[in-house]
Write a new protein. Sequence first.
Length: 362
Amino acid sequence: MIAIAARCQEYWKKSIDVQLELPADEKLKKLFRNSNWAYFIDPRSHAESRYRGVEQVPMLRFSDAKEQQIAVDRILDVLLAALSDFSRADLTAIEWALNEVADNVNNHAQSTMGGFLQVTNFRNSKAVEFAVCDVGIGIPSSLRPTTKDNKRDHEWLDRAIREGVTRDSKVGQGNGLYGTWRITQKSQGQFHIMSGRGSLVSSQSSGLHVSETQVPFSGTLVIARIGYRAPIALSDALTFRGRQHEPTGYLDVKYEPDTQGNINFNLSIESSGFGSRAAGEPIRRKLSNLARLSSAGRVVVDLAGIPLVSSSYADEVFGKLFVELGPISFAKNFELRNVDPLVRDLIDRAIYQRMSGGPQSA
Ligand SMILES: Nc1ncnc2c1ncn2[C@@H]1O[C@H](COP(=O)(O)OP(=O)(O)OP(=O)(O)O)[C@@H](O)[C@H]1O
Ligand SMILES: [Mg+2]
């Protein structure tokens, strides 16, 4: 669908109107709206998605490196609040691969529309899947001028994912697609590219297959599914020319520990509200993940500027976290700073009530 929606955007740009008739099925209709497909296919009739849940990051567009960074940061922010039981390396792997595939759009695609990006979180199978699509020249056309060999489109796709294959060694090193493919392999994931008349599919169970398609795809679609059931051996996946690459990323930059190893977490910036369980749930997961992933020090939750929280929010975040970890681990992992006396009272009460198996609903 992301590819169809991207194509429709191109039509709109060429002043060709597109009209979307939503599916009759209510669930599908909701999916079309939430995922932003409806908006990108027919922006005249459909507003942008307001979905803020944890099942997906709705389709979005980026047209340069800055917009790419904003998009990737937003995705990582959602994933940190959505996933549980993943390792730091898993998140770094997702960030690295996402950036590489999106960067290719900016560097090689010559797309008039920039690129489109969408992320789906498969919670039950513990995998994150991203799709990046552009309506540019395609991988075969980009690589064809590099040699006199007369290769078919699908053969070019097979070349593109090999280590060191690049259209121009002054621009790139040919690591992006190779590393992304390796990450999907090492994490029991899947990798899929469509470009020109080529299709490439790779998974651990069925191996690597390339084939020629009947209908050409003008542009490039890359879909990478990265599993996080077991911690990924990132240094193994990202070994280039025999040297291990160690990327730093979102977690290191946004939650950089201070000199004592503490991470600052500004609740008034992080939380979308303070009145509901729905606002509290992603915050609790994020706090729990940060505490688990940070090797030393505590997570310092700064409540400055928050005059009031609802009891359900206090319970959803602090009550549940306190019971989940137990008093000693909670005190070891978290410090609350700049707490208004009223808010302190509400948090205390939420914790006492939850400890005594009080009346809160789950
Ligand atoms: N979206 C795209 N549109 C057109 N061509 C692409 C696209 N993505 C990749 N390619 C082609 O595939 C080649 C290999 O891509 P890859 O990301 O592996 O290496 P690179 O971008 O050249 O170098 P690096 O990723 O190390 O900076 C590119 O050089 C380019 O020719
Ligand atoms: Mg690249």
